[in-house]
Design a protein around this ligand. Structure first.
Ligand code: B4P
Length: 186
């Protein structure tokens, strides 16, 4: 099964992708984590991504496309994977279609995590307290929501049109949302 997780910051897509990937025993490809790792290692990609991430903006499409292409070409992705936080723009969605085609793979579904901005904001501010992530402060979170609305939200329509979108209510507890996700998939 090949799944892409889509939703605003704080919708819990990363949290749920991790749980589902463990249950299905498939790789969990988290773009945010991959980029943070590049920043930590100080690679060329990381150096280009750092400031943009800290400002809550998307990093350039070509960087994320390169990362995803490299990762899903590996052998462990042949029988399925979950990609979380990609695609996040029309350009990325086009590139994703293209790379799946080249690898002879088919997208099973895109899971859209629906949640209100206020609830997502609360979760992210709590994470700021617990983990101190550089982009989890109120001003940056507001920018991340704006970027999401402009660049990522239009993808909902794109996947709806091709019959690949599954929408789930992401407002409950982690366990409740996982239950919604599991039921939607089965
Ligand atoms: P991400 O790391 O993907 O950040 P995010 O959208 O905020 O989602 P995240 O996965 O962290 O949060 P989640 O909702 O699971 O991206 C960070 C940055 O990287 C982006 O701003 C951008 O700069 C860059 N980037 C990433 N992908 C890119 C791409 N494709 N193109 C360009 N740039 C890209 O969880 C949030 C919090 O809520 C957690 O603390 C969690 O514990 C908690 N939570 C989850 N579910 C909950 C629940 N049900 N109840 C209560 N709390 C819950």
């Amino acid at each position: 099964m090949i799944l892409a997780f889509l939703g605003p910051p704080g919708s819990g897509k990363g949290t749920q992708a991790k749980l589902l990937a463990e249950k299905l025993k498939v790789p969990h490809i988290c773009l945010g984590d991959m980029l943070r790792e590049e920043v930590k290692l100080g690679t060329a990609i990381g150096r280009r991504a750092k400031e943009l991430m800290e400002a809550g903006r998307l990093v350039p499409d070509e960087l994320t496309i390169e990362l995803v292409r490299g990762r899903i070409s590996r052998e462990d992705c042949r029988s399925g994977f979950i990609v979380d936080g990609f695609p996040r723009s029309e350009v990325q969605a086009e590139a994703f279609d293209q790379m799946l085609k080249e690898l002879n793979l088919e997208l099973s579904a895109v899971i859209y995590f629906r949640i209100s901005e206020e609830q997502a904001l609360k979760r992210l501010l709590l994470r700021a307290k617990l983990e101190g992530r550089a982009d989890d402060n109120e001003a940056t979170i507001r920018t991340r929501f704006e970027v999401y609305e402009k660049q990522t939200q239009p993808l909902i329509e794109r996947y709806l049109k091709v019959g690949k979108l599954i929408e789930i209510d992401a407002a409950g507890t982690i366990e409740e949302v996982f239950q919604n996700l599991w039921e939607a998939l089965s």
